[in-house]
Design a binder for this molecule. Sequence first.
Ligand SMILES: Cc1ncc(COP(=O)(O)O)c(C=O)c1O
Length: 451
Amino acid sequence: MQTKFLLPESQIPTHWYNVIADLPAPPAPVLHPGTLKPVTPADMLPLFPGAILEQEMSGERWIRIPEEVREVLAQWRPTPLFRAHRLEKALGTPAKIYYKYEGVSPAGSHKLNTAVPQAFYNKQEGIKRIATETGAGQWGTAMSYACKMYGLECTVYMVKVSFQQKPYRKSMMQLWGANVIASPSNQTDSGRAMLAKDPGNQGSLGLAISEAVEDAVKREDTHYALGSVLNHVCLHQTVIGLEAKEQLRMAGDYPDVVIGCHGGGSNFAGIGFPFVADKAAGKKVRILAMEPTSCPTLTKGVYAFDYGDTAKMAPVMKMYTLGHDFMPPGIHAGGLRYHGSSALVSQLLHHGIIEAKAVGQIGCFEAAIQFAQTEGIIPAPESSHAIRGAIDEALLARQEGKERTILFNLSGHGHVDMQAYDDYLAGKLQDYEYPAEKVKESLAHLPKVNL
Ligand SMILES: Cc1ncc(COP(=O)(O)O)c(C=O)c1O
């Protein structure tokens, strides 16, 4: 009855897995938001280092992880794989449930897996400073810590409402040396324009992205960094699934279903993409993305070209989208409130290689609490969507009287999200299904692309 499956540091993966090599068709081009024509590396060089752009466009199946990155990852990787014996017992299921726990990273989530290589490649190219945005605060904390590891300055534009409501996330970033600015701010043209129009504006992720991009474009010594969606971010997260495969081998198991929660797609890609490789090689495995009913990108969105941000400054990608001016309601899993999805996750869904399911937040908090009361770990509200998916699969196995092996990614802990749990316990939370007519409204503003 082994509970933890641990790998030595020597088994931190030496290469990232690039799912592009196993796609059934080449990915759609990424378009310039101004011209709606394919972007060139020159368009992106003011924002990202060359090595990252190469990874963004690479078709190589395996991409080497620099030793200097593996050394920093070694602080918390390989992360543990747990068998959820007590949760299985509480559910009375014949299913075996395994979870990969990414909350052991210093910043408390999977986001550090990409923050570290992004900071490394920027440092290598002589960049001195990173500008980025954060919504719920997880990405900002990860980037602040990664910058500190490589001696880079870090400026984080934090959505004003989170800046006010999540003081401890802000403190974590400041403690790791970052300059945290509430967005909209008076530091950028986009921030000033918004404040002139609406002085009490509480900010949005779209606007914070615009501020960070503008900051990076205007300074020679500064680059921009993004915490999800892009190909290189998904690539860096594949250490999760690659390790999990080794750990399951130790356990003598292989999953019937692999589950991750879905915001922009990066932790789902991390756990799921290495199994896409197996599927491409003929193995039978389901790969399931769990998203909130209040932001149902994969289950109610359309597969089309759309802008990555509200201000139309980010590249246009072919993805499942609810429309770039979609205004998600204030659900507690703030990290899942993105209108779009990774182009790679979207393409896999379009080809039927992966599946997606939407769940309400009440069911997710119920699952999170059952998990905390059996396995001990208090999950991030985002991760609770994956737990809901795993519990539902386990209950189905009980109903069908069938064995089934379930693997899910526990993307982070919820220690800095206790307000969400307080609100749930006080009965203040409600389920919300984003209305179909609102989705239709936002979709009317998709860019008209002629390639
Ligand atoms: C703990 C956690 N899980 C999941 C997500 C969703 O992001 P992604 O879909 O890129 O993994 C976030 C985003 O902030 C997060 O903080």
